[in-house]
Design a protein. Structure first.
Length: 205
């Protein structure tokens, strides 16, 4: 009896470290990593570099570290514009305190029901899901069988987990993503699709 060999692809999703300016709803603003952010990302990886390809968001807080991995270890680097963070509209650049100052209950309403309480001019979660799903599927198909590192954002990692684990968009922000945290997903090829399984979340190497 002949059995088909099924391809397994390993993906590590790494959130960027702390940017200059500290904690705020940064969205698609292009703030660079702070010195602490660099330390966080380097500590999470240590001396290990098991990846065959690195795919990065184009935003500097992700791309700078991806470029360092490329230059230091000779790992091929791809820049994927669709891996940018969720656009937070009028909240971009603001801290929690600044947002709450004018409406103390706004953030609570957003986290409870982000589908109906999104910031003004923010990217819709359904549109964000479509963007991330298209990038995810193309990356998997292009690099099937490899160990991939995706350097990206908290929102991107949340959305990938939602796709893999079938989490409703209304529950997306119940997933906490640490600065420089690594999430590992194993994907098994099944016909023309990949079945993803969560290996660990918010860890390090």
């Amino acid at each position: 009896m002949i059995t088909e060999e099924r391809v397994t692809t390993l993906i590590d999703l790494m959130r960027h470290g702390e940017p200059v300016g500290g904690s705020r709803y940064r969205g698609q603003m292009d703030d660079p990593l702070s010195a602490t952010g660099w330390e966080q990302m380097r500590a999470a990886v240590g001396n290990r570099h098991p990846w065959e390809v690195v795919v990065s968001s184009p935003l500097g807080r992700c791309l700078a570290f991806a470029e360092e991995l490329r230059d230091r270890h000779g790992i091929p680097l791809e820049i994927e514009p669709r891996l940018q963070e969720l656009g937070f509209g009028s909240w971009q650049g603001k801290t929690r305190d600044e947002i709450s100052r004018y409406d103390p209950g706004l953030l609570q309403r957003f986290y409870r029901d982000p589908m109906n309480n999104r910031p003004e001019d923010a990217e819709g979660l359904a549109d964000f899901r479509e963007r991330i799903q298209s990038a995810w599927n193309e990356i998997l198909n292009r690099h099937a069988g490899k160990h991939i590192l995706m350097v990206c954002h908290a929102g991107v990692i949340r959305m990938v987990l939602a796709l893999i684990l079938d989490i409703p968009l209304s529950n997306l922000f119940r997933i906490k993503v640490a600065s420089a945290g690594i999430t590992r997903i194993e994907c098994l090829e099944q016909g023309e699709e990949f079945l993803g399984q969560l290996v660990f979340h918010g860890g390090s190497l």
